[in-house]
Write a protein that binds this ligand. Structure first.
Ligand code: NAD
Ligand code: TDX
Length: 342
């Protein structure tokens, strides 16, 4: 696996994966295919050696470009997507185009050249789980977490477009023998995450003198994983995973939003209640939780960033030290939220 294409490699998780590959697998050359939408940023790849990483600015829906690049590759790791639930509620159009048509375009090229394909997906395809306090025995039994057998039940235009793309991959494996795997990961945190997302939005709010914004009561639970653990899991699946299989990636990091926000406030020296409760997200998923037993037992992966508070502190430090990376976008992001009372 010497030549890989990383789609969406200038975004949050994709760029962290590119850094991971460059730092850990010196034999690999990476072509990043990225449209540089509002979420893509050249700066995320700054400092990486030019002989190891090439950025091609282009659209995964551009069949000619995709064909040309895939014809020279050993594998495609597919991160590119429209990724924000709130945006998908305002305008689903680019979600349908990039997440479904874009994935289809890549699948066709990989099929033509018999190229290994790894599809990056989300736990949100499974919908949501009841809060633990609402489960019999407080959620210590069967069905408390998502498994690869969980039913697809997406809630938002974003998650339903990701679910659609997963189904396309399954069909291409079954009907065309495509050498593909899928991973569904929980919520990532770490450096280079766009400031529209929960954790960086609150950190940069505090750094900008704006009160953090919590949707509704903040009881919704997300299962946090450090993006470096996600990268190592993807590499493990790409190199050791069984073709046609689905692997769930998670680090047992369940926390409700209010608890995460209070931790951010405390780490940044603010009173625990110095935030505003704002309009809730329509259709807001209650709880995500991943059972990653298959990945751990079959492929031997384990998360390394198991101390969430330390990972969060490093993330706060990164945003504090990289104000130039986010400052120019802050006002526009907040103005967009303000229109929805968020
Ligand atoms: P992001 O929005 O930060 O980055 C997406 C990248 O894709 C950007 O660089 C953007 O320019 C690029 N892109 C968008 N449309 C494109 C197109 N048509 N052609 C080429 N490039 C295009 O997203 P992220 O949070 O890094 O998520 C990356 C992937 O991981 C997505 O597939 C997402 O569904 C999945 N995922 C994300 C999380 C999470 O917590 N962020 C969790 C699980 C899975
Ligand atoms: O200002 C906010 N206040 C708030 O309370 C924002 C932006 C979010 N929230 C809540 C909504 C969610 O319950 O925080 C939680 C996390 O929100 P997001 O960062 O928007 O993430 P989420 O909707 O959970 O989706 C993320 O994880 C799964 C990624 O954005 C997806 O791409 C991934 O598939």
């Amino acid at each position: 696996m010497k030549n890989i294409i990383v789609t969406g490699g200038a975004g949050f998780i994709g760029s962290n994966f590119v850094h991971y590959v460059v730092n850990n697998h010196p034999e690999v050359h990476v072509v990043v295919l990225d449209k540089l939408t509002y979420a893509g940023n050249r700066a995320n790849l700054a400092g990486l050696p030019a002989d190891r990483v090439e950025l091609v600015v282009g659209d995964i829906c551009d069949a000619e470009l995709v064909d040309r690049l895939v014809s020279k590759a050993d594998a495609v790791v597919h991160y590119a997507a429209e990724s924000h639930n709130d945006n998908s509620l305002i305008d689903p159009t680019p979600f349908i185009q990039t997440n479904i048509v874009g994935t289809y375009t890549l699948l066709q090229a990989c099929r033509k050249y018999d190229v290994r394909f790894h599809h990056i997906s989300t736990d949100e395809v499974y919908g949501d789980l009841p809060l633990r306090e609402d489960l019999p025995g407080h959620g210590e039994g069967v069905g408390e977490k998502f498994t690869p057998e969980s039913r697809y039940n997406p809630s938002s235009p974003y998650s339903s477009s990701k679910a659609s793309s997963d189904l396309l991959v399954h069909a291409w494996v079954r009907s065309f023998d495509l050498k593909a795997t899928i991973s569904n990961c929980s919520n990532n945190y770490g450096p280079y995450q766009h400031i529209e997302k929960f954790i960086p939005r609150q950190i940069t709010n505090i750094l900008s003198g704006i009160r953090p914004k919590l949707y509704g009561s903040g009881k919704n639970v997300r299962d946090w994983i450090h993006t470096n653990d996600h990268s190592r899991a993807v590499w493990t699946i790409l190199t050791k995973g069984k073709i046609g299989e689905v692997y769930l990636i998670g680090a047992d990091g369940e926390k409700d939003n209010k608890a995460v926000l209070e931790m951010i406030l405390e780490l940044m020296g603010q009173p625990k209640d110095a935030y505003d409760q704002v309009n809730d997200r329509p259709g807001h998923d209650l709880r995500y939780a991943i059972d990653s037993t298959k990945l751990r037992e079959e492929l031997g992966w384990r998360p390394e960033y198991t101390d969430f508070q330390t990972g969060l502190k490093h993330t706060i430090d990164w945003y504090t030290e990289h104000e130039d990376w986010w400052k120019s976008e802050k006002a526009a992001v907040e103005a967009k939220y303000a229109k929805n009372g968020q």
